[in-house]
Design a protein around this ligand. Structure first.
Ligand SMILES: Nc1ncnc2c1ncn2[C@@H]1O[C@H](COP(=O)(O)OP(=O)(O)OP(=O)(O)O)[C@@H](O)[C@H]1O
Ligand SMILES: [Mg+2]
Length: 658
């Protein structure tokens, strides 16, 4: 346990009974989890495959796997399950699908599929009504309620309405042999809470559970943890109530107290030394968060140097702000000889990245926008995945509808609507219906020929998939479906074609070396990868939302858009969620190891009109002694601008090779 402090060591050693590590940012909570797994495996306390570590994102899971692999020599830690709650849930649903009324190869509906179903269920409904209904259903699912229970418990008209949509929607999922993301928690939970045999089997499979970012678990996830960890509570949870930033998505920070209530023998360990941030950054973060009420008071101190003061910039507008930030990044990178990946720009909402991207492009600074290029949302990727889905799950009408139109084969919407009706009358899915001559006979000849051919192609692809590795299957689908030919015809030049073809290739590479897993399993795992996850950014500046930055750390951090209405966000003010906004800023500040910048745009445009903006109220909560407001200290500014121009000259000389 090289270099670990004594409460950290204690947390690592405590393996009998439930443990909660409750501690502030950068105090080594995640490190405790990694060290603990390493020791458990090395000491043979648990075999690797009986340990499960739950992270908040797939990306965090990958990072943990890498750090563990470095820590434990050989492949001793290889069998450890490191995944998100959803991936664990998927695993349970895959193994026990029959008990849950699902057939093998079931589909996972993404939010777009779900939306399409609601549109179909609620014809003519506007966006608000659709999202309203979806949210109600999601809420019921996160409370692990079945449609029947949701109806029984519903009190208000709104809840009754929600229960009504839930029942109809669930009927469809059932018919399509599909689940949505919420089901990946709800179904395993129902299984483990009601089926003794299944619970015993899963406790045998998983002997010890570790949970990172525990403050952001929702109720269903908490119950899943409880069901797995048993009465003895063989778990370690680590978290920080000050970093709870997902209450808006159903996370329940009170789960921290629930833990103590449900497990009277719970041991709570606090870590107080921060190993990440410079002292100034830490003092600013502590001062800010002191404005929130605290049920679990914490001290956080650091041995690190004071470091530079936090630089605060008032900018004219977003563009000006972005230019300043980009120029500073370039300056700092040269000054410190630092790689681009040491820099991170954080913002409240994704739309704020646009000006920033533009400024980075102007200065030719390589950057990576998390969640920006949503790989799984690219057209060709979705198209191919819909083929995979309908191949392995012919009940999936949602995937059928996409695949049959990718590429288009002259089957119009009217025909598809007719097909859907015929299929429904015969209690068949659409993919099954087109295999029936009596159905095809009732459709226009041209369309029925096209559908017959589609059916034949599906059949051949299924055959192919039984004899070839998954990545090859993906390439074959692209070819055989006619998608590749269509993409070629759509692209005006070779460059564009290569770009889109590379997406297909990238998808294929996802399916490579899947440890003997079939295409169905791999496709469902892929469905879980959310937009933030495919982050192999390499040496590039990171641009990301504050939410996405949870758990990460960077030498240099810029927080932009610190004006009223953006941070705190307008909507959160109206809904009385100021404390959560403060926690969000606390998370953002504590990402900085060495130096921090905060900026705001005092002007901007709204609906085309010029408006003035006030700096965020949170500035007033930061200790003035730790801040340096540019423009208010002329001497310091002068010295800095001198340094900057010398630096620029040096750059030019270097470029000219002198
Ligand atoms: N005992 C220690 N000695 C030196 N460095 C440490 C020690 N413990 C943790 N660190 C380092 O401190 C940094 C923060 O650790 P870690 O990410 O585990 O903190 P955390 O509590 O999980 O933070 P967050 O709340 O942001 O998730 C990491 O760079 C880690 O390697
Ligand atoms: Mg952490």
């Amino acid at each position: 346990m090289q270099g670990m402090n004594s409460p950290q060591q204690e947390a690592v050693r405590h393996t009998e009974g439930p443990l909660l590590v409750l501690a502030g940012a950068g105090s080594g909570k995640t490190r405790v989890i990694i060290e603990k797994i390493a020791q458990m495996v090395q000491k043979g306390r648990y075999p690797a495959h009986r340990i499960a570590a739950i992270t908040f994102t797939n990306k965090a899971a990958r990072e943990m796997r890498e750090r563990l692999a470095k820590r434990v020599r050989g492949d001793a830690a290889e069998g450890v399950r490191i995944c998100t709650f959803h991936a664990l849930g998927l695993n349970i649903v895959q193994i026990d699908h029959a008990k849950l009324g699902l057939k093998r190869g079931f589909s996972i509906f993404d939010p777009d599929d779900v939306m399409a179903q609601f549109k179909d269920l609620m014809p003519g409904a506007d966006k608000d009504a659709l999202y309203g209904a979806m949210n109600l259903v999601s809420k019921a699912k996160n409370l692990a309620l079945s449609p029947e229970k949701a109806a029984a418990y519903a009190k208000s008209t709104r809840e009754k309405e929600g229960a009504h949509w839930y029942a109809l929607y669930q009927e469809r999922l059932q018919a399509f042999n599909a689940v949505d993301f919420d089901d990946l928690i709800r179904l395993p939970l129902n299984l483990l809470e009601t089926d003794d045999e299944a619970r015993a089997a899963w406790r045998e499979r998983i002997g010890y559970v570790l949970v990172d970012e525990y403050q952001d678990t929702n109720d269903a996830q908490y119950r899943l943890l409880k069901a797995l960890a048993g009465e003895q509570g063989q778990f370690t949870c680590v978290g920080d109530d000050d970093q709870s930033i997902y209450a808006w998505r159903g996370a329940n920070p009170e789960n921290i107290d629930t833990l103590a209530r449900d497990y009277p023998s719970l041991r709570v360990i606090k870590l107080e030394q921060n190993y990440r941030c410079s002292n100034r950054v830490l003092r600013a973060a502590n001062a800010l968060i002191a404005n929130n009420p605290h049920t679990h008071p914490k001290q956080l101190w650091s041995e690190a140097k004071d470091g530079e003061r936090i630089r605060v910039w008032e900018c004219n507008d977003e563009a000006h702000e972005a230019e300043k930030v980009a120029a500073e990044i370039q300056f700092m990178a040269t000054k410190h000889g630092a790689p681009w990946s040491d820099f991170c720009v954080l913002f409240r909402g994704n739309h704020q990245s646009r000006a920033m991207e533009k400024a980075m492009q102007m200065l030719r600074i390589p950057y990576h926008l998390s969640g920006g290029t949503a790989f799984l949302e690219r057209q060709e990727v979705k198209d191919i995945l819909s083929w995979v889905r309908v191949m392995v799950n012919p009940d999936d009408d949602s995937a059928f509808l996409r695949a049959v139109q990718a590429p288009g084969r002259g089957v119009g919407q009217t025909t598809l609507a007719k097909l859907s009706e015929l299929a429904r009358n015969k209690h068949l899915s659409m993919a099954h219906a087109i295999a029936s001559i009596s159905v095809l006979q009732q459709l226009p000849t041209r369309a029925s020929n096209a559908l017959d051919q589609f059916n034949e192609t599906l059949h051949q692809l299924r055959q192919y998939a039984t004899q070839h590795p998954p990545d090859q299957v993906i390439r074959h689908i692209a070819e055989r479906s006619g998608l590749l030919a269509q993409i070629r015809s759509e692209c005006k030049n070779e460059q564009l074609f290569t770009l889109r073809k590379n997406n297909v290739e990238e998808l294929a590479s996802w399916f490579e070396g899947g440890k003997g897993q079939g295409i169905a399993d791999l496709a469902s795992q892929l469905a879980l990868f959310s937009r933030n996850d495919k982050d192999d950014a390499g040496n590039q500046v990171r641009l990301m939302s504050m939410h996405a930055a949870k758990g990460l750390e960077f030498r240099f951090v810029f927080i932009i858009g610190m004006q009223e209405g953006v941070l705190p966000h307008e909507a959160s003010l109206e809904e009385g969620r100021l404390e959560e906004e403060r926690r969000l800023l606390y998370v953002a500040i504590t990402r900085a190891k060495e130096q921090l910048w905060m900026s705001y745009a005092s002007g901007g445009k709204k609906w085309g009109e010029r408006v003035t903006r006030l700096p965020s109220r949170f500035f007033e909560e930061l200790p003035a002694a730790e801040l340096h407001r540019d423009g208010l200290d002329p001497e310091a500014d002068k010295a800095r601008s001198q340094e900057r121009s010398e630096n620029a000259l040096a750059n030019i000389r270097a470029m000219l090779g002198r």
